[in-house]
Design a protein around this ligand. Structure first.
Ligand code: ARG
Length: 272
C-alpha cells in the first residue's frame, strides 16, 4: 500500500515536470518562428533610424513648406520597405544613439551612411556595402592658404560627430589637435562658421554639399588615411531574414544602376 502511494506521487511529479518542460519548449518555438520580416509585415511598417544631418545621404529639406527627411539612404530605405510591401517610418536621432535604438527594438534598421567597421560588427549585422566615399576635412575659406596638410591642424580644434569613425580617425591621426565631438553634423558646421572649431571631418560628398551651400567654407587639401570605408545598412544581430531581404533590394539597385541615380538626385536636392 505504502509502496503504491509513493509510486503514484513519483509518477505525478514526473507528469508535472514533463508538462512544464513541454510548455517551455512550445513557448521557445513560437517566438523563434516569428521571423523579423514576418513581424514587420504583420505591423505593416518598417522603422528606419537615421541621423538626418548628412547631405546627400540624409538631410532635412522643406518640401511644399513641410519639413521632410530626404537623401539617398532614405530612397534606399523606401525601396526596402516597398520590397517588403510595408510603409516606411523614419526616426531621426543623434548618430551615436542609433545602435542602441536598434538593440532596444525602437528601430528595425539603420541607414545613416554607417561604415561597417569590425568594432560595430561585434554588436550588429550589416548588409553589403552600397556606397563608398573617402574622408574630407572642411575648413573656413579664409584658412585655405594656411591649412594644407595634417601638420597645419596641430593645436587646432577639430569637430567630429560623436560615435562616428571620424572621431576615431581624429584621435589617431590628429593627436596633437583638440578634438571636439558633437551629436549632429549640422551643429559642427555651425561651430565651424562661428569659429568654435577650425575644421570638421566628414565623408567627401557631405563636405561638398555643405561647402556648396556655404561660401565661407572650403575643402582642405589635408588628407586623412582610412582603412575602413563605405556605407551599409545595420540590423540587430540574429535578424538574418531581414538582412537577406535588404541585400536583395540593394543588389537590385546596384545591378540596374538605380543607386547612381539616387545619389545624383540627392546631390541635386542638397543644393539650395
Ligand atoms: N561613415 C561614418 C560612420 O559610420 C559617419 C556617418 C555619419 N552619418 C550620419 N548620418 N551623420 O561612422
Amino acid at each position: 500500500m505504502k509502496n503504491n502511494n509513493s509510486k503514484k506521487i513519483i509518477s505525478m511529479i514526473i507528469t508535472i515536470l514533463i508538462a512544464f518542460s513541454l510548455s517551455g519548449c512550445a513557448k521557445g518555438k513560437a517566438t523563434a518562428e516569428i521571423s523579423k520580416t514576418a513581424e514587420i509585415k504583420e505591423n505593416g511598417k518598417i522603422v528606419i533610424g537615421t541621423s538626418a544631418d548628412y547631405p546627400p545621404y540624409e538631410f532635412h529639406k522643406s518640401i511644399d513648406g513641410k519639413d521632410t527627411i530626404v537623401g539617398f539612404d532614405i530612397e534606399i530605405a523606401k525601396e526596402v520597405a516597398k520590397d517588403l510591401g510595408v510603409k516606411l517610418e523614419i526616426k531621426d536621432m543623434k548618430f551615436d544613439g542609433l545602435l542602441a535604438a536598434l538593440e532596444t527594438g525602437n528601430i528595425d534598421f539603420v541607414a545613416a551612411g554607417m561604415t561597417p567597421t569590425e568594432a560595430r560588427k561585434k554588436n550588429v549585422d550589416f548588409s553589403k556595402t552600397y556606397y563608398t566615399a573617402v574622408q574630407c576635412i572642411v575648413i573656413r575659406s579664409e584658412d585655405e592658404g594656411t591649412i594644407k596638410s595634417l601638420k597645419d591642424l596641430k593645436s587646432k580644434k577639430i569637430g567630429v560627430q560623436k560615435g562616428a569613425i571620424q572621431e576615431q580617425l581624429a584621435k589617431q591621426q590628429l593627436s596633437t589637435s583638440e578634438i571636439k565631438p558633437l551629436g549632429k553634423v549640422s551643429d559642427l558646421i555651425l561651430s565651424l562658421n562661428t569659429k568654435k572649431v577650425d575644421a570638421v571631418i566628414v565623408e567627401l560628398p557631405v563636405a561638398q554639399a555643405y561647402v556648396k551651400q556655404n561660401k565661407a567654407l572650403a575643402l582642405s587639401k589635408a588628407e586623412l588615411k582610412t582603412k575602413e570605408e563605405g556605407s551599409a545598412v545595420a540590423v540587430k544581430k540574429g535578424n538574418e531574414d531581414l538582412v537577406d531581404s535588404i541585400n536583395t533590394t540593394i543588389a537590385k539597385l546596384i545591378k540596374d544602376k538605380t543607386i547612381d541615380k539616387l545619389v545624383e538626385d540627392a546631390n541635386k536636392n542638397a543644393e539650395y
